[in-house]
Design a protein around this ligand. Structure first.
Ligand code: URA
Ligand code: SF4
Length: 209
């Protein structure tokens, strides 16, 4: 019998929708493996101050994937994304779309909390970015919703203001992408909430298409 080429075998598994992919270094990557790598990661200095790395959570087959900025205090303590005050608002956003939290996937650009919730540093984003890109590849969502400017700017390598990009549908590697405001920003700017409800309605429509 012919010998099976492991690389081709894994590619055919992926084509059948099985959750693994072969990275360029020919290592097999799966979500559980990636989660473990992140939990032990020391690629940037945030490893020294974190309590827990926050990989993200939700459905591994989610059609809709949210990307925030970085874990805050509560997220760092629990090791889960968006579980603090901003998280409660994100829950409401998800509810507006008519989905449950376990039907979407929620993650962040940075997997570890920056001290005092300061903005991510470019070196930290650079160190952490591959994890996010692997998550996107493994989950393969139909739509990405970026929350705030950091997620958008990280994916596209740009430096846009959120007010300029919010609500403008675009795409990333063939996946539809809708940028909206960050829930923490909405807690401080209630007058912007109406626009976010419009964005959630849009997501609902896009998911139906
Ligand atoms: N803000 C974020 O960007 N991500 C979280 O997980 C929590 C708050
Ligand atoms: Fe690793 Fe990202 Fe945490 Fe830095 S922020 S230690 S790159 S997981």
């Amino acid at each position: 019998m012919d010998k099976i080429d492991p690389r081709r075998f894994l590619i055919s598994l992926k084509n059948m929708g099985i959750d693994s992919y072969v990275s360029q270094r020919e290592n097999v990557v799966t979500l559980p493996l990636l989660r473990k790598q992140v939990s032990e990661c020391r690629k940037c200095s945030l490893a020294a101050t974190r309590t827990n790395a926050v990989f993200g959570e939700g459905s591994n087959r989610a059609q809709l994937l949210f990307i925030g900025e970085a874990p805050g205090e509560e997220e760092d303590l629990q090791g889960r994304p968006f579980v603090g005050r901003a998280g409660k608002f994100l829950d409401q956003m998800i509810e507006r779309i008519g989905l449950r939290r376990d039907e979407v996937f929620i993650c962040n650009v940075l997997k570890c909390r920056p001290p005092n919730n300061r903005d991510p540093e470019p070196v930290e984003v650079e160190a952490c970015k591959d994890y996010l890109l692997s998550q996107l590849e493994l989950i393969g969502p139909k739509i990405i919703c970026t929350l705030g400017k950091h997620a958008y700017n990280t994916l596209f390598g740009v430096d846009e203001k959120i007010t300029r990009i919010r609500g403008v549908l675009t795409s990333y590697k063939g996946i539809k992408l809708l940028p909206t405001y960050h829930p923490a920003f909405l807690l401080r700017n209630q007058n912007r909430v109406k626009e976010v409800w419009e964005d959630m309605e849009r997501l609902k429509q896009l998911l139906r298409e």
